[in-house]
Design a protein around this ligand. Structure first.
Ligand SMILES: C[S@@+](CC[C@H](N)C(=O)[O-])C[C@H]1O[C@@H](n2cnc3c(N)ncnc32)[C@H](O)[C@@H]1O
Length: 189
């Protein structure tokens, strides 16, 4: 299973955000939805070997881990609004989707859990060894920051476990773009 962790410093942790204003609702839920789309959707299908964990650290009740699983998702379409609508439903505990889970968990608790399952971590970082020099382990956990980056404290925490740091080059990409590039590289393996 390819797993992505997005550290979303402002992502809202209550269902009280507007679907008509995903960027402006303060939580950058547009960014979150785009990352989920790029992690799980391909043309006319889902990536059933992939999942994404969004660590939502925004108000009013952080942290919350919102996970989307490609192999279990039902009735979600790849547009940002629909993905955000499902996040809203999940946060409201209203309508269950077998492919979406909401847990009251911190970034560090999530990393510990995935490490105890034997996972290897790749921290995505602009200034380190280029991905082309790395023999990628496909079924790994890829850790990304949002528009504000991954906090140093959290990066240091991941470094306690089996990990490597990889760069996609010197261009600073959006987190959602990094996910596409990673999938492209992994698809070639
Ligand atoms: C928009 S960038 C964050 C920029 C932020 N100002 C910073 O200094 O970290 C979002 C995330 O994408 C990943 N990223 C962006 N460009 C990358 C690159 N060239 N190589 C590896 N990871 C990259 C990193 O994980 C980063 O935290």
């Amino acid at each position: 299973m390819k797993q992505f962790i997005l550290y979303a410093s402002k992502a809202v942790t209550s269902p009280d955000f507007s679907l008509d204003d995903l960027p402006g609702s303060g939580g950058r839920m547009d960014l979150v939805a785009r990352c989920i789309c790029n992690a799980l959707w391909i043309s006319h299908d889902l990536r059933r070997d992939s999942c994404i964990h969004v660590v939502a650290c925004g108000s009013p009740n952080p942290p919350v881990v919102i996970s989307f699983y490609g192999n279990r998702l039902r009735g979600v379409s790849p547009d940002e609004r629909n993905i955000a609508a499902w996040i809203k439903k999940a946060l409201a505990m209203k309508r269950k989707n077998p492919g979406i889970s909401i847990r009251k968990l911190s970034f560090q608790q999530l990393v510990e859990e995935l490490a105890s399952d034997g996972n290897f971590f790749y921290i995505l970082h602009e200034k380190c060894r280029d991905i082309s020099e790395e023999k990628l382990k496909v079924d790994s956990v890829f850790v990304l920051g949002d528009h504000m980056g991954l906090p140093k404290k959290e990066e240091k925490f991941v470094e306690r476990f089996k990990h490597d740091k990889i760069s996609l080059g010197t261009t600073s990409y959006l987190a959602s773009q990094c996910i596409i590039v990673l999938h492209y590289e992994l698809d070639k393996k």
